[in-house]
Design a protein. Structure first.
Lengths: 249, 253
């Protein structure tokens, strides 16, 4: 992608968002699509969030337990450090990178298929603001449901750590539970939730942009889907850096 | 009535439509015919506003359609119905929900009345039995009929059809042609059909415009098409053996 075409894409994205972020033509239709979005993008993602968070939580505790083996550091540090990793980065950033793959590709391919089969043209000809009708409910539902996914991820990540302590005893369950409560700051949970909501907006809107501008046939829809995952991943990482500096730096 | 004045369209410097002038009248099936790649679909897309022309005017009942603000454009578009080549039904909705969609978006009727209207449209295209099926569960001809039902749901003044017979067998093609013709007459719509199917032209073409390489070559009606002395139109019409034989038989008589 050349520099000029990147700039053009940013402009196209901004123009698309101008069309998307308007009041829906029919609120009842928006709400129907919103509920569908919550189910298909949010609720359907719970299982993958739970499975990944559980195992990664367990591995984080195991790795830290095995590697922090210093008489200078109390054993409850394992719980405290694991909690910080899960709350601050894993449940928001890493989980969003995974969701950029699952949700982003699904949104891009759904809208891309509608584009190449002229369903979006049909909406436009009816006088419907197709961008608003198709994209706004997806963005709104995903951003709204994101905190639920993040909280699920935080809990199952910590439970994964608990299970590994129970099984291998590194550290003991009591020490781990004490560790995850030590120096706990509630504000970090909110930081993580707000960050994930921003990522939710990026994932849904960027994926929708790639789908909405798909041209050609099935191959191009696949390409749009892949591009949306790649660009979403880069944007999530860059925004993570910027937002962390802004919020905590 | 739709009037096209000096309409041109270029893509990256390549002229696809060159200074087209035409008028399309109420209660008539206006057919735009031409070879594949001649620019007829681009003309249709310019007419409905999916492609912005490079120059020229498109007037819907004296009002220039080009350069309208999006709100005014939306208002005019509610008077348009369009049948796409691939039907363009919404996959996630049943046939009935597809037909109800424009009503749900723009009609002020209550849900019961909207459903009644959608069922009337489906009955009109003889598709009421398939109301609860999804587009993936019905045949190509049924999809086209469902798309016609959706296109007429809001009682449009203008109906646009892009290759309505593509991919259909001759019998189903004839049914679709008859349906388009009858709806045009019953609701006094301005219907514009883009096609390269000469059977359709002979069946329903009240007015025929022939486009060749982006230029309007010929204009007339279905009875004049067969006897034209326009060389390019003759090449197009009599490319089919069937039409050649019909012409030979007529000449022998």
């Amino acid at each position: 992608m050349s520099f000029i075409s990147s700039i053009e894409s940013v402009g196209e994205y901004a123009l698309l968002m101008k069309k998307v972020l308007t009041i829906p033509d029919r609120m009842s239709e928006f709400l129907k699509e919103f509920v569908k979005g919550v189910y298909f993008l949010g609720v359907n993602s719970i299982w993958i969030v739970v499975i990944i968070s559980f195992f990664i939580g367990a591995v984080i505790v195991m790795q830290i337990g095995l590697n922090i083996d210093s008489p200078m550091l109390p054993r409850f540090t394992v719980g405290a450090v694991s909690r910080e990793i899960i709350l601050l980065e894993f449940s928001s950033t890493i989980m969003c990178l995974i969701l950029a793959g699952k949700v982003g590709s699904s949104v891009a391919s759904e809208i891309g298929t509608m584009r190449i089969t002229e369903q979006i043209d049909a909406l436009d000809i009816m006088g419907v603001n197709s961008a608003n009708y198709l994209i706004l409910p997806k963005i709104a539902s995903f951003v709204t449901f994101m905190p639920v996914l993040v909280v699920f991820s935080m809990f199952t990540g910590l439970i994964g750590g608990y299970v590994i302590c129970q099984t291998l005893g590194i550290p003991s369950v009591d020490t781990y539970v004490y560790g995850i409560q030590t120096f706990f700051r509630e504000s970090l949970v909110w930081y993580s939730i707000v960050k994930s909501m921003m990522f939710g907006f990026i994932i849904a809107s960027v994926a929708a942009y790639f789908g909405y501008h798909a041209k050609g046939g099935a191959l191009e829809v696949g390409q749009a889907s892949t591009n949306s995952v790649v660009i979403n991943s880069v944007l999530i990482l860059v925004w993570d850096l910027v937002y962390t500096q802004l919020a905590l730096g | 009535m739709i009037e096209v004045k000096n309409l041109s369209k270029e893509f990256d410097g390549e002229v696809v439509l060159d200074n087209i002038n035409a008028s399309f009248h109420n209660g008539m099936v206006n057919m735009i015919i031409g070879k594949s790649g001649s620019g007829k679909t681009v003309l249709l897309k310019c007419l409905v506003g999916l492609i912005v022309p490079t120059s020229g005017e498109i007037r819907y009942d004296e009002k220039n359609f080009i350069g309208l603000k999006s709100r005014e454009l939306s208002r005019i578009r509610r008077d348009l119905g369009m049948l796409f080549q691939g039907a363009a039904l919404f996959d996630s909705r049943t046939v009935l929900e597809n037909v109800m969609f424009p009503l749900d978006m723009f009609s002020r009727k209550n849900k019961r009345e909207r459903k009644k209207r959608a069922e009337f449209c489906l009955e009109r295209v003889e598709l009421l039995d398939a109301a609860n099926l999804y587009p993936s569960e019905i045949s190509g001809g049924m999809k086209k009929r469902a798309a016609i039902a959706r296109a007429i749901a809001l009682n449009p003044k203008y109906l646009f059809c892009d290759e309505p017979n593509s991919g259909l067998d001759p019998k189903t093609s004839q049914l679709i042609d008859e349906l388009i013709y009858n709806l045009t007459k019953d609701f006094s719509m301005t219907t514009i059909v883009v096609s390269h199917d000469m059977n359709s032209v002979i069946n329903i073409g009240d007015k025929v415009i022939f486009i060749n390489e982006g230029v309007k070559e010929w204009e007339g009606n279905k009875s004049e098409v067969m006897g034209t002395d326009n060389e390019k139109l003759n090449d197009f019409v009599f490319a089919s053996d069937l039409f050649k034989k019909i012409k030979e038989a007529e000449e022998e008589k």
